[in-house]
Design a protein around this ligand. Structure first.
Ligand code: MN
Ligand code: MN
Length: 322
């Protein structure tokens, strides 16, 4: 028998369950390294600022693992819907995770802002993977130089509470802190609201600032919400996975019944991307341990890839506003 020839040990491509996990098998880079790419992923494995079920610190790794199923093929994905390739030639890198202190939320925020600034300088579309929703405040601080910045928050909850349980920087308050700190943050549109425990003071403060607040029941079909979306603006999208129905995505800290379908949520992201210049996006509050099937992480990996496509390679009927 001929001994195996070491020259013929293949190095890839791997099946989706094998190999070392980077986001969609993108090259791994340092946030401040020598690189440039159309899209870059940065993980923020932090979940000590939430008031209910923990686990979002495990989301960046779970999304990376699930995303191996969606490694972008050479030549792009061949879409049944349009019959054309998507994301062909789009470069993606994985900038790893922000290095977290064990506690020290203030240090966490400084590090997140610094890493997000570094990534922003090197890519057209930074995609941040939380973490609980408190990470969006330090992320938005990295966009303090964008004039007339608009935020589209897709979320079952308002997250505009001033103080909850003696805490000012929890996942209930990122947008309150952001509007206090960032003079360039012009407007917030919240899509998918339906939480039962809404904070009346936060609601009044949000309305007083003129924010656009849309209930989940008005988000689908899309026609009902189109006139309320920003248009022609630099937009940061903050996607809290609990906007999805818990039957679709159970793996989140604070699920609320009667949420959006995957298709309805993607239609919102595509509509926002079509009408605006998306400067960045985060996906937060996935707690993968709360869904032993792994389906929640798979769904979010696909949502991340399709969001990249919505911004960087929109379908012909979507048009490109950027
Ligand atoms: Mn929420
Ligand atoms: Mn939220």
């Amino acid at each position: 028998m001929t001994p195996p020839d070491e020259k013929h040990i293949p190095t890839g491509p791997h099946l989706p369950f094998a190999g070392i996990a980077s986001f969609a098998r993108a090259p791994i880079v340092a946030p401040d390294g020598e690189w440039s790419a159309d899209a870059a992923v940065l993980g923020i494995p932090f979940d000590i600022a939430l008031g209910f079920r923990p686990g979002a610190r495990f989301a960046p790794r779970a999304i990376r693992e699930a995303s191996l199923r969606y490694a972008i093929p050479v030549g792009g994905f061949h879409e049944f819907r349009t019959g054309r390739p998507r994301l062909a030639g789009v470069s993606v890198v994985d900038a790893g995770d922000v290095v977290m202190p064990s506690l020290e939320p203030e240090l966490m925020r400084d590090r997140v802002t610094a890493a997000a600034r570094a990534v922003r300088r090197r890519t057209r579309l930074p995609l941040f993977l939380g973490g609980d929703h408190s990470v969006t405040f330090p992320l938005l601080c990295a966009f303090d130089d964008v004039p007339d910045l608009h935020v589209v928050q897709i979320d079952a909850h308002l997250d505009y509470t001033d103080v909850r349980n003696d805490t000012r920087y929890s996942n209930s308050s990122p947008f309150r802190r952001a509007t206090e700190s960032l003079p360039n943050l012009a407007h917030i549109t919240v899509l998918g609201l339906r939480g039962l425990r809404i904070d009346a003071e936060a609601l009044a403060a949000s309305r007083a600032r003129g924010h656009t607040l849309v209930g989940a029941w008005d988000c689908a079909p899309l026609d009902g919400v189109m006139s309320r979306l920003p248009e022609g603006k630099p937009v940061y999208i903050s996607f809290d996975v609990d906007v999805l129905d818990p039957a679709v995505l159970p793996a989140t800290s604070s699920p609320e019944v009667d949420g959006l379908s995957y298709g309805a949520a993607m239609a919102l992201i595509e509509a926002v991307a079509r009408r605006n210049h998306v400067v960045g996006m985060d996906i937060v509050e996935l707690a993968p341990g709360l869904d032993t099937s792994g389906n929640s992480a798979l769904l979010i990996a696909r949502l991340a890839i399709e969001s990249m496509a919505a911004v960087l390679d929109p379908r012909p009927d979507e048009g490109a506003a950027s």
